[in-house]
Design a protein around this ligand. Structure first.
Ligand code: ADP
Ligand code: MG
Length: 336
């Protein structure tokens, strides 16, 4: 499905300078998957080019397959099945969904509901998943909000049940991270030791001798398309960004974007961009969305309380862009 209003932009770039005379070029392949450009690059020297190419192709197939299970645009997806049936009966989950749903609820609890996958009815009211999004009537937002609440999502014995009628889930804020994690695990299981998967700016890397101390993650400037905001060095890890400039539309000079505050039903307006660094990408993805909703003050406190994540929050103050960096990243982050 083509969503016309979408302004796709890569939030982050990876820039890798590999030194030495016979500096190795990575094998790089790109595909449009999960509604974005996914790039896989592998630096391994000890595996033949044919073998690496086949492993990359297999990783793309895995990404396409997992996305088809966990998106809610496909009428035959697992998530669509849950949305149509989980009020009537508890729906058995696969291991991916157990992981996705329990992590989602965990992040909801930690963020006091800033992250909430049951926000789907509100996203529908805005038609963010459709071709032409619109600003809904207030009554439509209120009615959609009455059908949300992660507390009404029950996970028991690897099954999910909706405790409220007409509930719906949307994994758009977390699934991309999980899918990339799975694809990277497959590469690693097959002997790859130095690779990067970049899914529209959400990135997971593993580092080998060729890339050690050489990978810089750049954060794109959220308001100037061709500019970069800053960078930090990352060997092995994950980084996800949630921004208001990625998918949005403008109506009556107001910018409306796809990250919604579950307390109000309107797009969260305290941040411009939030980048989260953590070990796995599922966690970074979900926390980037959560911190974006929480805003710079509560968001930074939140990051500081969680040892497993670090982050950079860009926001507007008196019409200019300012930023906050969490204590574990402050010495590494270089502003452009
Ligand atoms: P993207 O995946 O587009 O890079 P995000 O990770 O920030 O960006 O996820 C945004 C997506 O998350 C939205 O398109 C929507 O599907 C979902 N979403 C929006 N608001 C929330 C929220 N408060 N909690 C959980 N998911 C949300
Ligand atoms: Mg996210």
């Amino acid at each position: 499905m083509i969503r016309k209003y979408i302004f796709l932009s890569t939030l982050l770039l990876i820039f890798c300078v590999c030194g030495g005379q016979d500096s190795l070029q990575p094998i790089v392949k790109t595909k449009f998957l999960m509604d974005t450009l996914v790039e896989i690059s592998v630096y391994d020297q000890d595996i033949s080019e044919e073998e690496v190419t086949a492993l990359i192709d297999a990783a793309f197939i895995e990404i396409a397959y997992l996305d088809s299970l966990y998106n809610n645009y496909n009428e035959f997806s697992y998530v669509t099945y849950i949305n149509n049936n989980a009020y009537k009966t508890a729906v058995p989950l696969d291991t991916g969904l157990v992981n996705l749903l329990t992590t989602s609820i965990h992040v909801s609890e930690l963020s006091n509901g800033a992250f909430d996958i049951t926000i789907a009815p509100v996203l529908d009211a805005w038609n963010f998943g459709g071709d032409v999004p619109n600003v809904p009537e207030e009554s439509a937002i209120r009615s959609a909000l009455s059908r949300t609440g992660y507390n009404f999502l029950e996970i028991k014995n690897n099954k999910v049940k909706f405790l409220k009628k007409d509930m719906k889930i949307d994994l758009g804020g977390i699934a991309k991270g999980y899918v990339v994690d799975r694809a990277m695990s497959s590469l690693v299981k097959n002997g790859i030791t130095d690779a990067m998967i970049n899914a529209g700016g959400d990135i997971r890397t593993i580092c080998g001798p060729m890339t050690e101390n050489k990978r810089s993650v750049w954060i794109r400037h959220p308001r100037k398309r061709e500019k970069l905001f800053g960078r930090f060095q990352m060997d092995t890890g994950s980084v996800a960004t949630s921004g208001d400039y990625e998918r949005f539309f403008i109506s009556d000079s107001v910018r409306y974007h796809h990250i919604v505050d579950p307390k109000t039903g309107y797009p969260a307006d305290k941040c411009v961009s939030v980048t989260i660094v953590s070990e796995n990408l599922m966690v970074a993805d979900a926390f980037a969305t959560a911190v974006f909703v929480l805003g710079p003050d509560a968001g930074l406190g939140f990051i500081e309380r969680l040892p497993e994540i670090e982050g950079i929050i860009i926001y507007e103050k008196n019409d200019s862009l300012v930023y906050k960096v969490s204590s574990g990243l402050v010495d590494k982050f270089l502003v452009n």
